[in-house]
Design a protein around this ligand. Sequence first.
Ligand code: 26Q
Length: 834
Amino acid sequence: MGTQEQHTRFSPTKAAISLDFAEHLKYSLDADEFHNTDITRYTALAYAIRDRIIHQWHKSRETQRETGSKRVYYLSLEFLMGRAMTNNIINLGLENEVKDAMADLGYAYEELAEVEPDAGLGNGGLGRLAACFLDSLATLDIPSYGYGIRYNYGIFKQQVRNGWQTEQPDNWLRHGNPWEIAREDIIFTVGFGGEVRTLRESGRDQYTWISADQVQGVAYDMPIVGYGGKTVNTLRLWSAKATDEFNFQEFNEGDYVEAVRSKILAENLSQVLYPNDTLYMGKELRLKQQYFFVACSLADIVRRFKRQETSWKELPKFAAIQLNDTHPSLAIPELMRILIDLEHLEWEEAWDITVRTMGYTNHTLMPEALEKWPLTMLESILPRHLQIIFEINHRFLQHAVSFFPLRPQAIERLSIVEEGPSKQIRMANLSIIGSHSTNGVAELHSRLLTERMFPEFSVVFPDRFNNKTNGITQRRWLLDANPLLASKISEAIGDGWITDYERIKDLEPFAEDANFRTDFLTIKQKAKEHAVEFIKKDCGLILRPDSMFDVQVKRIHEYKRQLLNALNIILLYQRIKEGRIQDFSPTTFIFGGKAAPGYVNAKLIIKLINNIAKVINDDSAVRELISVHFLPNYRVTMAERLIPATDLSEQISTAGFEASGTGNMKFMCNGALTIGTMDGATVEMAEEVGRQHMFIFGHSADEIERMRAQYDPYEWITRDPEIRKVMDLFLSGYFNVMEPHIFDPLRQSLLNEDRYFHFADLRSYADSHDEATFLYTNNKDAWAKKAILNIAASGKFSSDRTIMEYANDIWKTRRVPIDRDQSASSTLKAARKK
Ligand code: 26Q
């Protein structure tokens, strides 16, 4: 780096940014006028931005260390971050400067930002929630680390061929990642397999785990910039690396190449994110991933704690570890192993420390999604941890028996070990027992957790169960994603909402302001035009921006009922064909979402949507009124374009199945109206805005539960002639003429064993959808009024509110404000040899 610009290096001016950009192009990337691609330009800009983050990053760490602050450790197998560039620039407050700096050099900053691949290190809601939480933690000045895995391949790239989903690897690191810092000095060795040796030492059994294989984890850090650029926290992702030592056995037998090969296999651990959500699979590699990242993270946490030079019982004063679902739940036996085997604490003290340190968040109501590991698998991979789990279980059951003296079945359900032909370890049970807090992610979900999923646990530990309704960061999902609406809102009520989202309620009176409503509709129209442009570039599809945008984007799953939406589209199709439609303005039905590669019915749902789309879009008489599009490769970046453009948000899961949903909140704060069931956090949205400003339909969770035993789809179908005709058309093979029988499995699950009650809700869904269409067609102004009321009522759904509740109730952490320095003065001092 040259010296001449040193004095302006960290001054956020346009001149300094252009100069840094140019210097990075030349000196970091050796790009000249011949070797200078959009990738080198993007990377150079990212470096120039990163330079403006590093100083506050140092300062945040230093302040947090010096004040001996309690840190939050958010352990998650998934962080669905999306892009970093725009978000970082906005949080640093450098947007105008960067724009101008790039414009001076002849580049459009928006185009450079388009080069960045999404960091797709997650499947869906759970991973995106972790990303929103990191943004809120940094903005709220809460010292915290996200810990996860640096997957070389994130969630697969989805393509659609002849209507079928295909999966392509997501090689997101191909061109490097300018946002990460590899910390080759932060490296831990993790063991697998082997055996446990017992030694009787001064009247006490001492256990030593002698592992058979070892893998190293190297830390890669990404800065998490809080809004305003003050606190910069860390997302620390572990990458697996072979150890340098050889397996002596193989080495001595002379098979050098085999020894190297088996070393390299160790690096598989961080290769790829498992693309299943909901349905868990007992895959050995997944278990190893979980232990790998848990072991590295705990070693790192313990190393940091030891700098405090205080006693172990103080650990809960310095660290709160939050488990994002059960995926990191091996943290519980791992911390016990560290405290007992390595630090020689007594069981009781170690257990007290562990329980007070850990918190567990549950994200599902579906029994088949609960993680269980075959006992034999744990035994061979983590023998010492299995011993510890047995001991935890033994002590817990002794305690629990007194609550259920005459109910052996209750004890069976409480046990961490599921009995049966092949015994399994229940990770949710372990997580509840080994933590001081178990929370659900919406009021309804938390109620059902204690009533339906874990009633016995809620008797033993009534004080451990609590609710933390999810939220989203308004900075990415409104300020960054919808700049026009954001500035309209700020013009009306000031920009306090950016960091204090409760303020958004000040927008309520503007629902009565005719000019504001007109402006809202104009902004919505512009967002649609932008989205149409993006979709044309991204998928080659041409959408009509003058139609109503009706959007269902989320993972494809039977419980989310994309099929219900599809059946209603068939119903509308028939009305149009029969000339029975009125009060209907053109509607574009948009779907997006990935199916787990092994989930046959989810993949069939995608195929059905595409086949329906083909029939409808190819019929010139119909497509004037409705068109249907499945947008391939739904991801964070696509959501950022699509959500601001949406008129009607589809949240139509079977009540009692969607733990919370977070997409619902993103649509709400962008002024979409919701058509939805009383499920997850949609219930609380209705509480906030009033049901009359949403299109709520269908059976409640309790009604669904009561219906379960006697539900007969044929009853619902035969009693409703129009629905009957919908089913007749679908069953006739109208949408799969050249592909006989492909939809048989869907027919089967709708008519024979439908756990998701499609036909029980189809009539009320269709009617509710008609109401929405009617209002949109006949009274745009009333629509706009409701949309503005929805935005104004979305104050509860900021992840800032969620994080403050976690901080106050579960973590007991406080804010540690960081001053923002205008220049980094001490670089020479830090560089000097000590
Ligand atoms: C487990 C074991 C093996 C392989 C994969 C998995 C696995 C991975 C991801 C299981 C589940 C998931 C993801 C679950 C998820 O995203 N749940 C969603 O969490 C959101 C945030 O709380 C909620 O809003 C959604 O309602 C919930 O579905």
